[in-house]
Design a protein. Structure first.
Length: 230
């Protein structure tokens, strides 16, 4: 009887602790953004996972998805609901999570280049993201590309339109960092994210499986959505 009582107390303590963490996360993220993220989680489960793995329950479907992804056996991005992509695209949440391309161009003026010491053109991307005060912040990156005249500028620019980066000051990053009772996986993930920026989805999937994360966990589901699915 004492053993059973201890289990019940432990479960109640864990539940209260988890609810407290969720409440703090959603407070920092904001009501509208939290609702958007919850919608994306629910849609992924009821649409994509159900279509891909109709004979598996939700937890097993998540595991199968991560397993296939970690082995490079899925092209899931082609099968994600188009309406959900548009929903995220139009939401504030996207700019809270990511720093997204606002303008892309090929710079040929040597005086406007920082990485090149010669006359080789470079690709420049100006990204925008939401600041804590609700205004837009901007950053510009510069990188090389396979340079060979004549340059097909339209094709190069089109291929970079989804080159997102992390919004380190947005409410999503702040919400993740607000979780006081972080799991070992989340601690490692945030360290890697801080140092490396965007992370290869296959790597995240592999680390989740190796860490045996709880695929019913509120935060793990949201990491799968933000760091893998979209």
């Amino acid at each position: 009887m004492k053993f059973i009582n201890l289990i019940i107390i432990s479960l109640l303590t864990f539940s209260c602790s988890n609810e407290k963490e969720i409440a703090e996360f959603e407070k920092v993220l904001g009501k509208e953004n939290s609702e958007t993220l919850t919608y994306l989680v629910n849609d992924f489960e009821s649409d994509f996972l159900k279509r891909q793995y109709p004979n598996l329950d939700t937890k097993k479907a998540y595991k199968q998805f991560l397993t296939e992804l970690s082995k490079g056996q899925t092209e899931y991005w082609k099968k994600i609901s188009e309406s959900s992509r548009e929903y995220l695209e139009k939401s504030n949440l996207r700019l809270e999570i990511y720093s997204v391309p606002d303008s892309i161009w090929i710079e040929r003026d040597p005086e406007k280049l920082t990485l090149s010491n010669n006359n080789i053109p470079m690709l420049k991307i100006n990204r925008k993201y939401l600041m804590p005060d609700g205004t837009f912040g901007y950053s510009t990156s510069e990188s090389s590309f396979r340079y060979k005249e004549p340059i097909d500028e339209d094709s190069i620019i089109e291929s970079r339109k989804n080159w997102i980066d992390i919004n380190y000051v947005g409410s999503y990053s702040r919400a993740l960092n607000s979780i006081s009772n972080k799991s070992d996986f989340l601690i490692d993930y945030l360290d890697i994210r801080e140092a490396a920026g965007t992370i290869d989805p296959k790597f995240i999937a592999k680390r989740m499986l190796e860490s045996k994360v709880d695929l019913n966990d509120y935060f793990i589901k949201r990491l799968i959505i933000t760091e893998i699915v979209y």
